[in-house]
Design a protein around this ligand. Structure first.
Ligand SMILES: Nc1ncnc2c1ncn2[C@@H]1O[C@H](COP(=O)(O)OP(=O)(O)OP(=O)(O)O)[C@@H](O)[C@H]1O
Ligand SMILES: O=C(O)C1=C[C@@H](O)[C@@H](O)[C@H](O)C1
Ligand SMILES: [Mg+2]
Length: 173
């Protein structure tokens, strides 16, 4: 089986994905790290040097490579992965995959991301938490229709990592 965590930047996909994989004794794969390794470049540098369209093409290519493999794995997607090409369709139509949307409110995401925005090329130029909140609000509005197609929607607001992990596990065992 493959378990996919998806959601906005900063929603905890990478952090939680590692924990979930350990609990299930599965391998863990972070799609952003996978792209960085394959392309020998950080995501920020890839955006700068080759542009977002190139990044999105590679993101879809590597997503398909991973989901068509045979191993049991927990996969943390990039924040935008579900919203490009036919990525969400590939995920929900595959009977081997269970997907989870980690849903968080705009103010919580903004608070979390403000100090971590440097490595996230879409938001690194924003100068205040208010500006970031405005950006996230608009962006989430566009992305929610994709995220909401996940098999399960997990309300992750104000929840400790352990509580979210336990909730995910109830859907898996
Ligand atoms: N349940 C939680 N409560 C509080 N903080 C959390 C929780 N889960 C993750 N975090 C923190 O939120 C930040 C973002 O988490 P993480 O990098 O896992 O998000 P992500 O969804 O993988 O983001 P991206 O899409 O940009 O890769 C980190 O600083 C992490 O420690
Ligand atoms: O939300 C997005 O579009 C992105 C999120 C990150 O995980 C990276 O995949 C990249 O910075 C783009
Ligand atoms: Mg991540």
């Amino acid at each position: 089986m493959k378990i996919i965590l998806l959601g906005y930047m900063g929603s905890g996909k990478t952090t939680l994905g590692k924990e979930l994989a350990t609990s299930l004794n599965y391998n863990f794969l972070d799609l952003d790290d996978y792209i960085s390794d394959k392309e020998h470049s950080s995501i920020s540098h890839l955006f700068q040097s080759k542009g977002e369209i190139y990044f999105r093409r590679k993101e879809t290519q590597y997503l398909n490579e991973i989901i068509n493999s045979t191993e049991d794995v927990v996969i943390a997607l990039g924040g935008g992965t579900p919203c490009y090409a036919n990525n969400m369709e590939s995920i929900i139509s595959n009977p081997e995959i269970k997907s989870f949307y980690l849903k968080l409110s705009i103010p919580i995401l903004a608070k979390r991301l403000f100090n971590e925005r440097a490595n996230r090329p879409l938001i690194s130029h924003l100068n205040s938490e208010e500006e970031l909140m405005e950006y996230i609000g608009k962006h989430l509005f566009e992305r929610s229709p994709y995220y909401s197609q996940a098999h399960h929607i997990i309300n992750a607001n104000d929840k400790e990592q352990q509580a979210i992990l336990e909730e995910l596990l109830t859907h898996l065992i």
